[in-house]
Design a protein around this ligand. Structure first.
Ligand code: CP
Length: 320
């Protein structure tokens, strides 16, 4: 594997899930694979889970790890070509990428949507520059439009907890005080559309996700109708994706607290499990009682981030 940015990079999901299960049974099984190999993790944005779980995964495989927080201690980076660099940015990404690539074998990048320009975000301008100019395998640790390590961990979790062969999985929008990117819901949809599940997306009108990710999924604007009979509820906020009105890209169109997942919402389901990628704002996205219930999977999901990252890094090491 030379890049990991979406579900299709994983290939057959059943095989990927069986590799995840193999690693979960013995996470050090491939501990010699990464000997004398270095994984560079580059963060343009904050992180708790991704930062820790990806380091742990690399070490499971015997790799050395370097973590760079671009905004803390490195030179400020210019990312646009043609800019006269007479401001506070001392180095251009186009030099920084090949320089950083000298010091490692595999690169992970976290670079969120900036909401300045939909096209820049949706063409994954920053991540693709790493893929194009580093000459090294590159994996997304959440980019502008996708979070495939999270979505793979979510799929692993659903596979572990499902009570029937083809569970009903609902992705629901929920309110949030700040504008958040669409990376997590996009990747979740990307994965669920390829998995053996009945997948429904529910959100207020205006929050339609990009068709590249929605594909054939059923979109239901009535949240209660969407929740009926659900086996898994996956809650997430996202700002307007600008699909129907590009001028609304990145805006908050709705703060309706009736969309928050609480006990009443969960009572509409088939005793569903509750999922969220974390971090989550309690009593905005989900009520205390739902996230603390025995049916909440937020901690197992986070634990599976180590497993999804170990599978991806293992495949990248095997392809070096
Ligand atoms: N879910 C997730 O990616 O968490 P962090 O932002 O803390 O890494």
């Amino acid at each position: 594997m030379r890049k990991y940015t979406n579900v299709f990079d994983l290939g057959n999901l059943e095989i990927a899930l069986s590799e995840a299960s193999e690693i979960k049974q013995d996470r050090y099984k491939f501990e010699n694979l990464g000997r004398h190999k270095t994984c560079l993790l580059i963060f343009f944005n904050n992180s708790l889970r991704t930062r820790l779980s990806t380091q742990k995964a690399a070490r499971n495989l015997g790799m050395d790890v370097i973590v760079l927080d671009v905004n803390q201690g490195a030179w400020k980076l210019e990312t646009e070509r043609g800019v006269v660099m007479d401001g506070d940015k001392s180095e251009h990404l186009l030099e920084a990428i090949p320089v950083m690539a000298n010091y490692c074998d595999i690169i992970g990048v976290r670079s969120f949507a900036r909401f300045e320009n939909r096209e820049d975000d949706y063409t994954e301008k920053i991540l693709n520059q790493f893929i194009q100019y580093s000459g090294k395998p590159v994996f997304s640790m959440e980019a502008a439009t996708g979070h495939p390590l999270q979505a793979f961990a979510d799929l692993i979790t659903i596979n572990e907890y499902k009570r029937n062969q083809r569970p009903k999985v609902v992705l629901t929008w929920a309110p949030h005080p700040r504008a958040l990117p669409q990376a997590v819901p996009n990747s979740f949809a990307d994965f669920m559309n390829e998995a053996n599940v009945d997948f429904i997306i529910t959100h207020p009108e205006g929050y339609e996700l990009d068709p590249v990710f929605v594909r054939g999924a059923h979109v239901e604007y009535d949240q209660q109708k969407a929740f009926e009979g659900a086996d898994f509820i996956y809650a997430k906020n996202w700002a307007c994706p600008g699909v129907t009105r590009p001028e609304d890209y990145g805006k908050i169109l709705c703060k309706d607290m009736n969309w928050m997942v609480d006990a009443t919402h969960m009572s509409w389901t088939n005793n569903a499990f509750f999922m969220h990628c974390l971090p989550v704002r309690r009593n905005m996205i989900v009520s205390d009682d739902v996230i603390e219930a025995p049916t909440s999977l937020v901690i197992p999901e986070a634990a599976n981030r180590e497993i999804s990252a170990t599978v991806v890094l293992k495949r990248m090491l095997q392809a070096l």
